[in-house]
Design a protein around this ligand. Structure first.
Ligand code: BDR
Ligand code: CA
Length: 310
């Protein structure tokens, strides 16, 4: 039986690939809805990007716009990574369907309440929508199987020395989610920086003759430009790794540890503070991913992209 999931995202190059990965595997996951948050770009752009990518791939689903800013802070975007549109690179046609008229948070709440099985939430952007749903409708917790999120890091940050982008943008929301009591798997930079797709693999997609494969190759070419300037050998597939973990949890190795979110640090706001040695005395609340099988993961992504149109 495919697992029911809700994808909460801010496309974004890697979010787009995470979406395509999910929709390529209907035998493993059933996407109840795609809810959108502001993050990599403004909400208007991230919504449009989700619609464009799904339309291009010929899949349809309820896509609902959620929050256009963090709970308590001004929005910080990542246009240096994702460009002016939030999805620079390929020339994608306009979407063939429109976004839902309902608010993304309401869609998330309704879908979880209505679903006969427990729902897995896969957030790949700032946690604003997820936090709002958990605070607004705490009853949904009992029908959430797990939150498998891309965000945070036990080691280095990427947007500040201490913090990863998704957590940094809305640390108050992250704090609510991490304290919610819902089981959490944290796919952070510790594993996503090890989950890089290399130039030769991007070349393979570009030469595949498969229109989705080529489009993803073009996304990765653009995504690679920023990462090259940062000294990366390839392109870290952050968000697809969270999705891959839902499809096949053995792709990463995790450790159950206490994690808290720094919301007030002078230099460390947005840090996911991981207590490896139990020095805080807090109960473990998060399965922190610490190792990834890169080769198996990248092959899974490539095969999924090339499965479109077959
Ligand atoms: C995260 O930040 C965004 O730019 C990416 O889409 C990913 O979700 C990585 O830090
Ligand atoms: Ca993202």
């Amino acid at each position: 039986m495919p697992k029911p999931i809700i994808i909460d995202c801010d496309p974004g190059h890697d979010d787009a690939i995470a979406l395509l990965l999910a929709f390529a595997k209907p035998e493993l996951v059933r996407v109840l809805a795609v809810t959108i948050v502001a993050g990599n770009q403004t909400l208007e752009k991230t919504v449009n990007n989700a619609l464009k990518v799904l339309s291009f791939a010929g899949v349809q689903c309820e896509v609902a716009a959620g929050y256009d800013r963090p709970l308590m802070r001004p929005l910080e975007i990542a246009d240096a990574v994702h460009g002016e549109s939030g999805l620079d690179g390929p020339d994608l046609p306009e979407p063939t369907f429109a976004a839902s008229k309902r608010h993304g948070v309401q869609v998330m709440i309704d879908q979880i309440r209505q679903c006969k099985e427990k729902v897995t939430i896969v957030p790949t952007g700032p946690l604003t929508n997820v936090a709002a749903a958990l605070v607004g409708a705490p009853d949904i917790k009992q029908n959430i199987e797990r939150i498998v999120l891309m965000g945070g890091a036990a080691r280095e940050g990427n947007w500040t020395p201490a913090a990863e982008f998704n957590i940094l943008v809305d640390p108050e929301a992250a704090s609510i989610v991490f304290q919610s009591g819902v089981p959490i798997t944290m796919i952070g930079l510790d594993v996503t920086h090890e989950a890089q797709v290399m130039a030769s693999e991007v070349e393979y997609l570009l030469n595949s003759g498969n229109r989705v494969g080529v489009m993803v190759g073009e996304l990765l070419e653009f995504f690679g430009e920023f990462h090259q300037t940062m000294g990366f050998a390839g392109m870290p597939l952050h968000d697809p790794l969270a999705m891959a973990t839902v499809l096949d949890p053995t792709i990463v190795e995790t450790k159950h540890l206490p994690v808290t979110i720094e919301t007030q640090g002078l230099y460390t706001t947005g840090r996911t503070v991981v207590d490896f040695y139990g020095v805080t005395g807090k109960e473990p609340n998060v399965d922190v991913a610490l190792k990834v099988d890169r080769d198996r993961f990248v092959q899974m992504v490539i095969d999924a992209m090339l499965s479109y149109g077959r």
